[in-house]
Design a protein around this ligand. Sequence first.
Ligand code: TYD
Length: 202
Amino acid sequence: MARRGLFITFEGTEGSGKTTQAELLGEWLSSRDPVAVREPGGTELGEQIRDVLLYKGLEIDPEAEMYLFMASRRQLIAEAIAPALAAGQIVIADRYHDSTLAYQGGARGLPTVWPPTFPRPEITFLLEGPVETGLSRHEQAGKAKDRMEKEAIEFHRKVAEAYDKLAAAEPNRFVRLDATGSRDKIHLEVRDHLNPILEKIK
Ligand code: TYD
């Protein structure tokens, strides 16, 4: 029987620690050769779109912004995600289409859809914590603010609310994690959730 792929995504607001968790998971699963991707970016086209979206200081219409994020995602699906899943590999994505549903849909108030050609993740880990803590974590790290991080706190609260609704609507796919816990504790929770699933696709 062909090996079955597994599509795992990490979502959350700014500074919630999802990138760290996606990396820790990749290390833990390294013997299974997982494919790790990050959004926006991850392909040549995607990196250029990321630059346009986040750092060029352009004024971008909200709907145009949404399509740029989605164009970057589609390229990543075509180049990396779909081939890996078809080959039975595990894919770990640091942000995916739920980011568009939360940021452009929830916070910017746009109508959103899930394109039928975008694979659905089997599991989405949602890191939840106070929005203020996340933003200040980012500031302390001394990183330059991108266009989204410059948005007011209210915007980020709306993102968090939208994630909350998405998770409530799909309790079988979403796994909520308390982002205020230590990075090791959260990683162990991730492992606990995945162990029974990984058993099945050995
Ligand atoms: P990034 O530096 O990847 O942020 P983070 O470390 O928080 O993942 O920048 C991505 C920014 O773009 C982040 O603020 C979230 C936002 N974003 C959207 O608004 N829509 C999307 O579809 C995606 C993928 C990201």
